[in-house]
Design a protein around this ligand. Structure first.
Ligand code: F0G
Length: 466
């Protein structure tokens, strides 16, 4: 296998720091068990000196690698040769400025931007990371790839397998824990879909075991190559802002892959001299899946130069298991109690002067409806970013004049059940989908108007409501 010689894998623990060749398939450091980064010896590579070098790629977009919103930034994560890259044209996403949603958050005009990652080919940000992990899987000759998923990772993996025919997808999902939009993707793309009796955390533990035993390539975000691709979300945000960093990046926190990738992206851009200021990072948990918030805010767990308090984290999980506490939120994408990238996220929070908050399902659903009515819409988990920005604004952590970017991680159509239940006039549907989760009201519901199939009635309804 040919590898880019100055790129390698490295344990994130500064105390350990063990390095590994790119040809190895690893999801943890064999020496100490901590997470791995992809690291670069920039002096031996040719990173861009200015953003103009990157912009030049767009003029050459007939090359699929330059058309991809991920790979046209490949000089910022050069672990593969051009010939090795597998791309489906992912990353054609948009940064939209919206005053309508900005008003809801409490920001001055022109200050709120929404980054629409739902525009990716499988409808979520996962494609940014999947193209990178899939490329590495192909580099090492994998024939089967697996993941545990709350739905979006599995949809993305299944799509890369179905289009390229390079690998077979094996996906593990918690039974009843995945929304219909996502399940339908995995089934239609032809992935082997294993519904495990349990939740995402159970499926994650199991898929790690099975892929190790059977030598199946694991594409969850413990895979360090995934996060290299996800750095491109921040490159595109900067590009859309003409390379001027915003004040805040606000992102939902589930397995904490995005937040970790964003922190790494900014640390590297600063090191390379491409930015001189790092935005602040806000990671938003759902209240029913609030491990990061509990550890960061209640127990004051910090990265601390890599000496984070392992005993506190272990004790937290022990207690959680003893109480049989399971994650529970209707934002099913982030219904996760054991975020696999916790340590990397702590590092990102340290590098980006970060904050962590949690938001209720009520706040998530209300924010989601505002995003829908003032923009292109998103799934519940994504709206946690907007609900979180609103809370941080109310607390005075974010100022009205701050430039804020909320990441919308998945498309509105991923979870039609939640959306329809929010807007419904049918109390039973509302109660079974939302009321059961503690959502008390649909504050911004847009109710369908029932009319007879009659010209007069229809005209009257339009005059009355239109
Ligand atoms: N938003 C959406 C729409 C997601 O699908 C996920 C994660 C997240 C946010 C959380 O991102 O893990 O980087 O903190 N979904 C995974 C999945 C777990 O299986 O699709 P994170």
């Amino acid at each position: 296998m040919t590898t880019t010689p100055a790129a390698f894998q490295r344990c994130i623990s500064p105390e350990c720091g063990q390095t590994y060749d790119l040809s190895q398939t690893l999801v943890a450091c064999p020496k100490c068990g901590d997470l791995l980064d992809i690291a670069y010896d920039w002096d031996r590579l040719a990173p861009p000196k200015t953003w103009k070098d990157i912009e030049a790629n767009w003029a050459k977009r007939t090359n699929p690698l330059n058309f991809s919103g991920v790979w046209r930034f490949r000089s910022l994560f050069p672990f593969a040769t051009d010939e090795q890259i597998v791309t489906l044209g992912e990353g054609q996403t948009l940064l939209q400025q919206t005053d309508e949603v900005g008003k809801f958050v409490g920001l001055d005009s022109g200050k709120l931007h929404l980054q629409y990652e739902g525009m990716n080919p499988s409808g979520s940000f996962k494609d940014n990371g999947m193209t990178a992990a899939f490329t590495h899987a192909h580099m090492v000759g994998a024939k089967r790839a697996a993941c545990a998923s709350t739905g979006n990772t599995s949809a993305s993996l299944a799509m890369y397998c179905s289009v390229t025919r390079l690998m077979k997808a094996v996906i593990f999902i918690g039974s009843g824990k995945i929304s219909y939009g996502k399940l339908s993707q995995a089934l239609d793309y032809g992935a082997l879909t294993l519904q495990i009796a349990g939740d995402f955390d159970d499926a994650m533990a199991r898929v790690k075991e099975v892929s190790k035993d059977m030598g199946i390539y694991l594409v969850n975000s413990v895979n360090p190559f995934r996060l290299e691709g996800q750095k491109s979300v921040m490159f595109r945000v900067l590009e859309a802002l003409q390379w001027e960093p915003p004040d805040w990046i606000v992102v939902p926190g589930g397995n904490l892959g995005n937040s970790s990738a964003f922190g790494k992206a900014f640390a590297e851009l600063k090191e390379l001299g491409l930015i001189n200021r790092i935005p602040r990072l806000a990671v938003i948990n759902a209240s029913g899946a609030d491990t990061l918030d509990q550890l960061y805010n209640n127990q004051e767990v910090r990265w601390n130069g890599g000496n984070y308090p392992r005993h506190k984290i272990a004790a937290y999980y022990e207690k959680m298991d003893a109480e049989n506490r399971k994650a529970s939120t209707l934002a099913s994408a982030i219904e996760i109690n054991r975020p696999v990238n916790l340590h990397k996220c702590l590092r990102a929070l340290s590098d980006c002067d970060g904050v962590v908050r949690q938001v209720s399902d009520q706040e998530i659903m209300d924010a989601k409806s505002r995003v829908g009515s003032g923009g292109m819409g998103c799934e519940p988990a994504s709206a946690a970013s907007v609900a979180g920005a609103k809370i941080l604004r109310e607390q005075g952590v974010i100022a009205p004049s701050d430039r804020v970017v909320c990441i919308l991680t998945g498309h509105l159509l991923k979870d039609p059940t939640a959306t329809v239940a929010y807007h419904t006039t049918d109390q039973d549907t509302f109660n079974s989908v939302l009321g059961s989760r503690g959502v008390k009201r649909a504050t911004f519901a847009n109710r369908a108007v029932a009319v007879k199939n009659d010209m007069n009635d229809i005209v009257q309804a339009i005059q009355l409501y239109g």
